[in-house]
Write a protein that binds this ligand. Structure first.
Ligand SMILES: Nc1ncnc2c1ncn2[C@@H]1O[C@H](COP(=O)(O)OP(=O)(O)OP(=O)(O)O)[C@@H](O)[C@H]1O
Length: 570
């Protein structure tokens, strides 16, 4: 059985097991929706039929869920009340999906200033005080719930815009999309055949999670008596009535609060189930990614051999000092395949940095490789001196460091630094270097490359500087990028952009990346496989999803537990 088959088998097994709950939840929501839609047919009474002799009654054969303070049948009101409630949720979700998908696709497809404008709008939508705006809309539209729920969907769509945009950017980098464009597929067909199917999964997940949030807001409004047109109930208004009679008939709150809780819970379970399916699909794609990338590079698509690895570290031992030498890295072995992003994690002092420095031939003078080998392609670089490394650094390996500002010389413009690297690390003729430099700046999505060429490092933001560093690292067209905490010094939004760029480079150019970090949330976001180091040795390694789902070593579990964004799923 091949590795790909093993991954696929695991994925299928995972889907079946984890989604039983989601399927039950989906069946429940569908059942509730059908019952609510059929309220006029199946309700035992009218929603405003009053029987003042039988108010606040417990469930009985006549009134299966009891009666309210005016003797109205609770089951009937629950069914009728579901109509404005679920319709409101539907309106909000439809708005959320239409706005989010349209803007996300336009931003991801057109890029440039359109992308910047739409991303700005998405940021603004996410920062607006939603509840206040919804109150205002209700006041303006005479308590009409529809405009209020459209507003809710519109405000919520900012997050979906980002998800769809990122998905579109990812898909556009796929080889099959490039092949489709080259073979003359029009943009409408490209959208229908390749881009829309890719965004369906993430959109459905986001929509089901948003539906839960919309139900909560809808119910909250109903509870406050907003958007309600008595005597027609909403689930929220029924909670309000139940709260008013809490001492006399606590049962009412169990029923009205219960249906809202159950439907919200079911929507969350559906979202979680869909997310599992999507994660499993991605995991299987990631399991295949290196092979796909390798095949695309290898002439004739020959099956990959282990020796196709871009980087092979075998039984590496690194020691400091000589009387006696102290080994700080021991028995470290791993491989990085073309198109693969391998995470190297561990707490400070675990040996990540010295391992990567050894790979680049940059160990400090008091350190030495005392055992093992490092192979870049087929070349053992363990014994190479600086002259020997000249053909490797820049041309076969590129470095992205933690501090982009430090990586750039403050005395020279971006252009002169890029031209210099192109001169020494590439074979681009002098006459074409300027054009190539600007091409590299465009490749890393820096707008107006000509202006960027003229700037000094201090005139760049942190994110721009890191993109310049990545462009510089790509100048010699290396097959391996070593990224040493490349996002640690950047703020979260800029960080996401740099991670997107690395993913895109991997997809478009089949680049391999050795990603050194202590941030497991970043590893979960970008890496295919991960190696965990502790005190100079590898304690655990594996596919990222497997390792995070089922860490075997206590040290790994501790690392995961100390990363709040992973633990609470943010
Ligand atoms: N110049 C040096 N002289 C002596 N020992 C060193 C030197 N540099 C690193 N070490 C030791 O090597 C070990 C591994 O350090 P390394 O910097 O690789 O850890 P790290 O996991 O990369 O940590 P960090 O994330 O803080 O960079 C540590 O025990 C450290 O004390």
């Amino acid at each position: 059985m091949t590795v790909t088959q093993i991954v696929d088998t695991r994925v299928r097994g995972g889907r079946l097991g984890t989604n039983a709950l989601a399927i039950v939840a989906l069946a429940f929501v569908v059942l509730v929706a059908i019952a609510v839609a059929l309220a006029p047919v199946i309700s035992p009474y009218g929603y405003n039929d009053q029987d003042l002799a039988r108010f606040l009654e417990w469930p009985s054969a006549d009134h299966l869920l009891g009666t309210d303070s005016l003797g109205r049948d609770i089951l009937t009101r629950l069914l009728w009340g579901g109509q404005p409630t679920l319709l409101g949720v539907l309106v909000a979700v439809l708005t959320f999906v239409v706005v989010g998908v349209l803007l996300g696709i336009v931003a991801g497809t057109l890029g440039g200033w359109v992308d910047a404008l739409i991303s700005g709008i998405a940021d603004i939508l996410m920062s607006l005080p939603g509840v206040v705006l919804i109150f205002a809309v209700l006041a303006i539209f005479d308590q009409d719930l529809t405009p209020a729920m459209i507003t809710l969907g519109f405000l919520g769509s900012g997050s979906l815009v980002r998800v769809v945009r990122a998905t579109v950017l990812g898909v556009r980098g796929e080889l099959f999309v490039s092949a489709a464009i080259v073979s003359g597929l029009g943009s409408v067909r490209l959208m229908a055949r390749h881009i829309l199917p890719a965004v369906v999964g993430p959109v459905v997940i986001q929509a089901s999670l948003f539906a839960g949030a919309a139900l909560a807001v809808q119910s909250g409004l109903g509870f406050l008596g907003l958007g309600v047109h008595p005597p027609l109930p909403t689930w929220g208004s029924m909670v309000g009535e139940a709260a008013a009679n809490l001492a006399k008939a606590p049962w009412l709150l169990v029923v009205s609060g219960g249906i809202i809780t159950l439907v919200s819970l079911a929507l969350a379970l559906i979202g979680d189930g869909l997310r599992d399916v999507d994660a499993a699909r991605r995991r299987s794609d990631r399991g295949r990614a290196p092979i796909a990338a390798r095949t695309s590079r290898a002439d004739g698509g020959t099956p990959p051999e282990p020796s196709d690895a871009v980087l092979r570290v075998q039984d590496l031992e690194i020691s400091f000092g000589d009387s006696p030498p102290v080994a700080v890295v021991r028995g470290v072995s791993f491989e990085v395949q073309p198109g693969e992003i391998l995470g190297l994690v561990g707490e400070s002092g675990s040996g990540k940095t010295v391992t990567t420095l050894a790979t680049l031939g940059l160990l400090p003078g008091n350190a030495a490789i005392t055992a093992g080998r490092i192979l870049i392609g087929q070349d053992d670089v363990t014994e190479l001196d600086d002259r020997g490394f000249a053909g490797i650094r820049g041309r076969r390996t590129g470095l992205i460091s933690q501090e982009p500002m430090v990586a750039l010389d403050p005395l020279f413009t971006v252009g002169s630094q890029l031209l210099e690297v192109l001169k020494y690390a590439s074979d681009v003729p002098a006459s074409q270097r300027r054009a190539r430099a600007m091409q590299l700046l465009s490749l890393v999505h820096l707008p107006d490359p000509e202006a960027v060429m003229r700037r000094f490092p201090h005139e760049l933001s942190g994110g721009m500087a890191q993109r310049v560093v990545i462009a510089t690292a790509l100048a010699g067209d290396p097959e391996l990028l070593i990224a040493d905490e490349p996002t640690t010094a950047l703020d979260v939004t800029v960080q996401a952009g740099i991670l997107d760029l690395l993913r895109e480079l991997r997809r478009e150019r089949g680049l391999a990346v050795l990603f050194v970090t202590h941030d497991l949330a970043v590893v979960a976001d970008i890496c295919d496989r991960v190696i965990v180091m502790e005190k100079g040795v590898i304690v655990e390694s594996g596919l990222v999803d497997d390792l995070f789902a089922d860490p075997r070593e206590p040290y790994t579990r501790e690392l995961i537990a100390s990363t709040p964004r992973l633990v609470d799923g943010r």
